[in-house]
Design a protein around this ligand. Structure first.
Ligand code: AVJ
Length: 328
């Protein structure tokens, strides 16, 4: 096989139907009821998320794209070129070409939990960058994983786009950052998108758009349970809710029962009262200093950061070299 082909998809055992069922049972039985946002991303959910990134209200992806458009060369001046680029949660990788052009990586490892989607976007990138060695990895980056052999001897730049770190409550984010510092190895860089605290109207609109795409994205979780776990949940009994929790500095997405409802999932019965919610996502927002403190707590030293002109969103470049080895 040509060294520059898209290499066979590597799969890490993680999202078995068993795990999904176990988590759905536990989440629907808990109070408050919860489901992890990682389950949003089946094929349909990944497509709906792509549609979200194009919404007028969802500034995140556009802001990040524009930051990369204007500053990718500057980022490359700090990291140097020819490293391995490891993208955590690559999705459709629309912003990646800007980084690939600037960083000229000697290998690219896109990591995602949606295998089909990952394969498609890797194939599209392979067409656009025929000389690039691409090693897609199906994995849940929240679990420990090994990098593919061909990148083991390369220094790395991690890219964690789109403020996915916002899905993690602070102790989980810190643990994730520490694990990522270990996985990326010595003298690595991390380029991380972090969404900023801003006007609550703007925040809520971004998670409850006029076209109802985010609502469909949230409700797709119910469709997925019905499809994959023989669920009988009446989708019409739930509505999408996006709230700003100011004390926790986070957008919360919930599925709220609009009436008393009873259903079964994989043979197990559940009943949910009108007004009760299933908490499906947190999206934490950070002020500039809070973001840097989070990175330091996670074993990373912030080196530089860039925002869009409105200051809605930030890309932060950090290093895991020991802080004493870096200029003050
Ligand atoms: C993929 C986690 C960055 O929190 O903004 C978008 C997911 N949820 N709209 C975010 C999401 C609803 C998104 N992240």
């Amino acid at each position: 096989m040509s060294p520059h082909a898209v290499h066979a998809l590597k799969s890490v055992a993680f999202s078995s139907e068993d795990l999904f069922r176990t988590e759905v049972f536990a989440g629907l039985s808990a109070r408050p009821r919860t489901l992890s946002p990682r389950w949003f991303y089946d094929r349909r959910g990944s497509e709906l998320f792509e549609a979200i990134t194009a919404l007028p209200e969802y500034y995140v992806t556009r802001a990040e794209y524009n930051i990369l458009l204007h500053h990718a060369a500057e980022i490359a001046r700090i990291t140097g070129i020819g490293r391995a680029l490891i993208e955590l949660g690559s999705g459709s990788s629309v912003k990646t070409p800007l980084l690939l052009n600037a960083l000229a990586p000697s290998a690219y490892v896109p990591i995602d939990i949606s295998g089909e989607f990952l394969h498609q976007s890797a194939a599209a990138l392979a067409k656009r960058f025929p000389a690039l060695s691409i090693h897609p990895l199906i994995a849940d980056f929240m679990e420990p994983f090994a990098l593919p052999a061909p990148v083991r001897n390369l220094r790395r730049v991690g890219y964690f786009a789109g403020s996915t770190i916002g899905n993690m409550i602070v102790p989980v984010a810190v643990e994730f950052l520490r694990a990522t510092a270990r996985t990326l190895g010595e003298d690595a860089f991390l380029l991380i998108g972090i969404d900023r605290i801003k006007d609550r109207k703007r925040l809520i609109a971004a998670y409850d758009d006029a076209q109802g795409i985010t609502a469909r994205f949230n409700l797709n979780l119910i469709h997925r349970i019905n499809r994959e776990l023989q669920g009988t949940i009446p989708v019409g009994a739930f509505r999408h809710v996006a709230r700003w929790n100011d004390y926790e500095a986070r957008i919360e997405m919930h599925l709220e029962a609009v009436r008393d409802v009873e259903f079964s999932v994989a043979g197990e019965s559940f009943s949910i009262a009108q007004g009760e919610t299933i908490h499906t996502e947190n999206s934490l927002k950070y002020g500039p200093r809070e973001a840097r403190t989070l990175l330091r707590a996670g074993g990373w030293t912030p080196l530089a950061e860039w925002t869009d002109p409105e200051g809605l969103f930030a890309l932060v470049l950090a290093s895991n070299s020991s802080p004493s080895a870096l200029p003050p």
